[in-house]
Design a protein around this ligand. Structure first.
Ligand SMILES: Cc1ncc(COP(=O)(O)O)c(C=O)c1O
Length: 252
């Protein structure tokens, strides 16, 4: 299951500070993070020996091919169940609240269909056909699909390349500034960071560049859910700029 974290715009825009790795930035899980609402709901379901008349059709594994059961394990199938709506809504709301607290976001949303769905949903919500959007050329294909769905016009910013290794070094803030200068009507900056190569862009500087022009920054942080939990790692955008308006999403 993937998670989308959203920083809700502050009523009055706060000053954007440059965030550097620092011990106080590290998120220390509270005792509430010991709570496991989804596991609890599944345990209750199993303890009640519920007879299912709903999907999935394997009926907690009872009607599963033995080969599949041996591959996945009986417990996985026994926990692949349809909870009643009240149980489901309660446990999802509690778990999303815990996720928001853990990552320091204003809101978190669990996504079905993986992180791709987060990219599709956000870009579809933020952009209209014909809108210009500044996009890192090293984006994930799910972002490309989202651009096709929105009908928005990408203004690509290429990552700088390592001189000998030919590896992308992330998106440079000055390149984002140049793109926004050349396209002042751009509605959004959308990037992926860290990249497949583990390179994180200077998101604090890029956020400052975008926000100074009133443009929101969206970061696909599928490779960075661990960032806020160690002081030597680069900043996590939903946490470091949560008082402004970027949204970030991640995949555990
Ligand atoms: C940067 C990035 N964004 C989005 C995705 C899509 O994730 P999912 O397969 O969960 O939809 C991936 C998957 O590898 C990814 O690497």
């Amino acid at each position: 299951m993937a998670v989308a974290h959203v920083a809700v715009p502050a009523a009055r825009p706060a000053r954007v500070a440059t965030v550097r790795p620092h011990p106080t930035r590290v998120r220390v899980p509270s005792r509430r993070q010991d709570e496991v609402p989804i596991v609890d709901a599944l345990r209750r379901y199993r303890a009640a020996s519920t007879v299912s008349f709903a999907t999935p059709g394997h009926k907690s594994g009872a009607a599963t091919d033995p080969l599949l059961r041996s591959l996945l394990g009986a417990d996985i199938l026994a926990s692949d169940v349809w909870l009643n709506t009240v149980d489901r809504d309660t446990m999802v709301a509690q778990a999303e609240e815990l996720a928001a607290a853990a990552w320091g976001a204003d809101r978190s949303f669990f996504l079905v269909n993986g992180s791709s769905a987060g990219n599709h949903a956000f870009l579809l919500a933020a952009l209209r056909p014909g809108d210009e959007v500044v996009v890192g050329r090293d984006l994930h294909q799910s972002m490309l699909a989202a651009l096709v769905q929105t009908g928005a016009r990408p203004i690509y910013v290429a990552p700088r390349l390592h001189p000998t290794l030919d590896v992308g070094l992330g998106i440079d803030p000055t390149d984002v500034a140049a793109a926004l200068h050349a396209h002042p009507a751009a509605k959004l900056v959308a990037l992926v960071s860290p990249t497949y190569w583990g390179v994180a862009s200077d998101l604090a500087a890029i956020a400052t560049v975008a926000h100074s022009r009133g443009v929101p920054l969206y970061v696909d942080e599928a490779w960075g859910p661990h960032l806020p939990f160690h002081r030597d790692l680069p900043p996590f955008i939903a946490t470091s700029h949560r008082r402004r308006w970027p949204a970030a999403r991640t995949a555990p």
